[in-house]
Every structure is written in C-alpha cells, then in structure tokens.
Design a protein around this ligand. Structure first.
Ligand SMILES: Nc1ncnc2c1ncn2[C@@H]1O[C@H](COP(=O)(O)OP(=O)(O)OP(=O)(O)O)[C@@H](O)[C@H]1O
Ligand SMILES: [Mg+2]
Length: 322
C-alpha cells in the first residue's frame, strides 16, 4: 500500500458516517420530528445523551449536512440551527452563541431579554425548523439548583417562543438539569442514548464487533482475529472501546498507520494491542490491555483508567482521526 492510498483511505475513513443502531435511532427521530413539524407545525423535543466519543457532535454534523443552510438575496435560510453551548454557559452566552450562528452582526449587544427577542425574530426570519444544542451539559455545569431552575425556565420559554423542534445533546449528567425543572422535563419526555448495548437481539460484544468490521471495511486492509475467535475479539473490542465509536475508530486508524510503517496487510490483535497502548491508554499493558492474552475481562473504568466516568482521553501521540 503506498502512502497516498493510505492517506486517502484515512481521510475517507474519518469522514464516513457509519449507521450503527443508536445513531440510526437518533437520526430517524430527528428526521421524524422535522417531518412532523413541516406537516403539522407541532414541535417535539428530544434529549440525546452519551458519554464522550459516542457520536453526539457527529450527529449534529450529519443533521447540518442533511438540512443545509442556503443563501438568498435578502437572507440566509437555516433549516437546522446547530449551537455549540459554550463552557460555563450563562443565559446570555447561550443567546449570544445562537445569535452568532444566525448571522447577527453584534451578538453580544443588548440585555438578555433583547438578545432573546432577537434570537426569536431571527429564527423566524431564517425559517429555522430545528435547533440542536450540542454540549448542552455546559448549561448544567454552572451554578446550583436555583441557577439550574432559572436557566431551565429561560430555555422552556425560548423553546415555546421559537415553536420549532429542539434537540439537546450532552453527557449523561445533562439529565440532572431536567430533573430540576419540571416544565422543561415535560417537554423532553423523549430521551435517547447513543451508547452501544441497547439492542434486544445483539450483545454489546457483537455490536462492537459489527461496528469494527463495518468501519474496517472502509480500510484497504484485511481484518484478522489472530488466535482468538470472532466472538472473543468482539468481547475484547468492547473492553477496549467501552462501546464508543470514537475508540473503535481510533484503534483502526492507528492500526492503519502502523500497517503503513510496517507494510503489514492485515489488522489483528497484535496490532490492536500496540495501538491500544499508544493511542488509548499508555498504561494499558499486559493484563490491562484488552488484546493481551493475560487480560482479566473487566471494564477499564476505575480511577485513572481510560473509561473512568466523564473522561475522554486525547490520543497518546500524533493526530487522531477521531
Ligand atoms: N456515525 C458515525 N460514523 C462514523 N464515525 C463516527 C460516527 N459517530 C461518531 N464517529 C466518530 O467518533 C468520533 C467522536 O465522535 P463525536 O465527536 O461526535 O463524539 P461526541 O459524543 O460529540 O464526544 P464529546 O462528548 O467528547 O464531544 C468522531 O470524530 C467520529 O470520527
Ligand atoms: Mg461532541
């Protein structure tokens, strides 16, 4: 494999959307909510929760590509408004982020109520049909219960005034924001999780293996199980990825880079063991490496382990495609 082929494959691999089951379920719900709004004018809201690396921002990007902006002579049409909620978000900063995405020339000008009014006017002017709030847990991360209640109240009024379907995407703790404000909670009765492991028919090991094989088929390399069976490789992949697409992708991208360096023609447990240590967890050696024969088959979610709750470690070296 020459390096041009490999870089081309890595680029395609990075850009491709894989329709794994929870991603499809969320994408279908979003489509259905937009279709219902177009047909009836009714706005249904959706909460999409997932640990880091489960595909929340990718889902937003997918929506943005399916319902893209267009530029008319007198205005922009923004069918899907995607807002990344800033860290330590306040009501003002959320309104500003929305105004910026709507093309307001001076998003930080004016009182909170003036900004809110501009958001609503611009949403109507730009024919917004859905608003997606990515990183919505940032709204929850600031302040105490009283603040959460107030922010929740503002969001509830904003949602009602805009009158379009909304999607809140964030880490699982985002659910706590809704617990505080009953009126907001009622509007988000539909909740989805992006993690694998929700199928009634497949085990999480099988789902991980399927995702690995589907993603692997985008690469110009053969997948091998080495001395393991396919089900055992699936189990090991689950422990190595915690069932999150980002980590499965990182393993494959790392293995492809290795294959380029070593002229290997296949990806198997030996390569995956090495990539796990180099790209996911540098302490993941021997019994702590899911691809090693000594591995003890347990989740790596204790303190300082890669899947400790709320953590998403950046690659140990080099640029990751994830
Ligand atoms: N449906 C998909 N098909 C292929 N790759 C995907 C898909 N969803 C996510 N990914 C890959 O997983 C990586 C992580 O996804 P993403 O950034 O969307 O996760 P996230 O849930 O937003 O994480 P965070 O909470 O850290 O922001 C992406 O870079 C992308 O390469
Ligand atoms: Mg994200």
């Amino acid at each position: 494999m020459n390096s041009n082929d490999a870089y081309g494959a890595l680029k395609r691999f990075d850009e491709e959307y894989i329709p794994f089951p929870p991603f499809i379920a969320a994408a279908n719900s979003i489509d259905a909510n937009i279709a219902q709004y177009r047909e009836t004018g009714l706005a249904q809201h959706l909460l999409v929760l997932g640990e880091s690396g489960t595909g929340k921002s990718s889902l937003c990007r997918w929506v943005g590509e399916k319902y893209p902006r267009s530029v008319l002579l007198d205005r922009d049409l923004v069918p899907s408004l995607i807002v990344a909620v800033p860290p330590a978000a306040t009501i003002a900063s959320v309104a500003e982020a929305m105004l910026a995405r709507l093309g307001d020339p001076s998003p930080s000008t004016g009182s909170i109520s003036a900004k809110t009014a501009r958001v609503i006017t611009l949403c109507r002017g730009c024919r917004v049909e859905m608003v997606l709030f990515d990183e919505a847990q940032h709204i929850h991360d600031r302040g105490q219960v009283a603040t959460h209640y107030m922010v929740g109240d503002w969001l509830k009024n904003l949602i009602d005034e805009m009158g379009v379907p909304t999607v809140f995407l964030g880490l699982p703790r985002l659910e706590n924001l809704l617990q505080v404000n009953e009126q907001l909670r009622r509007r988000f009765s539909r909740r989805l999780r992006l993690a694998l492991g929700q199928s009634d028919t497949e085990t999480i090991d099988t789902e991980c293996l399927q995702l690995f094989v589907t993603l692997g088929s985008c690469l110009p390399l053969r997948l091998s199980t080495g001395d393991y069976s396919w089900p055992e490789l699936g189990r090991r992949l689950y422990f190595a990825s915690d069932g999150r697409v980002a980590y499965i992708k990182r393993l494959l991208a790392g293995a492809l880079r290795h294959a380029m360096e070593t002229d290997a023609e296949q990806i198997g447990p030996t390569q995956l063991e090495r990539v796990f240590t180099e790209e996911i967890w540098w302490e993941g050696i021997g019994a702590l490496n899911p691809f090693n024969t000594e591995f003890k088959f347990r989740r790596l979610d204790r303190g300082n382990e890669p899947f400790e709750r709320g953590s998403y470690k950046t690659p140990a070296r080099g640029k990751s495609s994830c």
